[in-house]
Design a protein around this ligand. Structure first.
Ligand SMILES: Nc1ncnc2c1ncn2[C@@H]1O[C@H](COP(=O)(O)OP(=O)(O)O)[C@@H](O)[C@H]1O
Ligand SMILES: Cc1ncc(COP(=O)(O)O)c(C=O)c1O
Length: 275
């Protein structure tokens, strides 16, 4: 059996719960061979949960990494995470077009959990006009969907539906707007739009702040399922189940950071005790 392959073009989260570390763990858990192209390195102040420093890498180095994978190996699906600068957004898009990639998941990361301001507000324009037209699936969170759709703060499921439609209009085939724990709702609500029908995806919502990397994990699960040949509808359904179990069993690394548990979905499926 040939193993399916997925590439993440994303940042490094040194603490291991988000970014390409989360993506690789998720690919592995879902039985897909993961590869990486590093865009930025994120360092957090260990004594201040709100402070993030982002160090973008040189565009030519990202290009060499992407070429290593796309020219030398090939992929069944690709996802983008934190891209950090307009130059890195442009390069990632150019490569997606050059290699005519089909299963492209764009997680338009503009913010780290806990913050309330975009890390790189200037990349909104290139995400909207350059990258999103080439996305098979886009997975903005509530904040990112508000910026990309130019609707400002989204406060209701109806706002999320409108934002999903506007983002679809940029050329993205499928859009998932993640309400997560930001939306005032009893459940964890996401909105899924396929260009025709809007579906509201609801799951149990956990009272926890240990959701570091939830969005990365969710989009990586979609990417892994697409790599294995799933339809987008099925891939999103598996990803929702994957992230629900991962958050149900999330845990603290220290008093600030708690990642999701990437092994929980597999352990539950195999009837194993979840640790
Ligand atoms: N507290 C929670 N309980 C259950 N599901 C959650 C919770 N927080 C987020 N989710 C789910 O995790 C996924 C990622 O959402 P979110 O955390 O909002 O993304 P991001 O990390 O991009 O901000 C979504 O499917 C969302 O509904
Ligand atoms: C490299 C990187 N990408 C993405 C994110 C976004 O993480 P989340 O999935 O919690 O939104 C972070 C957050 O710290 C990060 O460090």
């Amino acid at each position: 059996m040939t193993m399916k392959k997925a590439l993440t073009i994303a940042g490094s989260d040194t603490s291991g719960g988000a970014g390409q570390q989360a993506d690789l763990k998720t690919f592995q858990e879902l039985g897909v061979f993961g590869m990486t192209a590093l865009t930025v390195i994120v360092a957090q102040d260990p004594h201040n949960e709100w402070f993030h420093e982002v160090f973008p890498i040189d565009v030519s180095i990202l290009e060499k990494q992407i070429e290593t994978v796309l020219a030398g190996i090939g992929v069944d699906a690709v996802k983008t995470g934190m891209l950090g600068t307009t130059e890195l957004v442009d390069l990632a898009t150019r490569k997606i077009k050059q290699y005519d990639l089909k299963n492209v998941v764009v997680d338009p990361v503009m913010i780290c959990k806990g913050a309330d301001e975009a890390l790189h507000p200037e990349i909104a324009v290139s995400l909207r006009e350059v990258l999103l037209p080439h996305a098979t699936v886009a997975t903005p969170n509530l904040f990112e969907a508000g910026i990309l759709s130019q609707m400002g703060a989204l406060k209701s499921v109806d706002d999320m539906k409108e934002a999903a439609k506007r983002i679809h209009d940029f050329g993205t085939s499928y859009v998932v707007v993640k309400g997560g724990s930001k939306l005032q709702s009893g459940n964890a609500v996401d909105v899924f739009y396929d260009g025709n029908t809007i579906e509201v995806l609801e799951s149990e919502r956990f009272e926890t702040s240990f959701t570091h990397g939830a969005g990365c994990t969710f989009s990586a699960a979609i990417c892994a399922e697409l790599a294995k040949g799933s339809s987008v509808h099925n891939a999103v359904a598996v990803a929702k189940e994957f992230i629900t179990e991962a958050i149900r069993h999330s845990f603290a690394l220290n008093k600030y950071v708690g990642p999701t548990n990437h092994g929980a979905y597999r352990m539950k499926k195999h009837g194993e005790a979840i640790c």
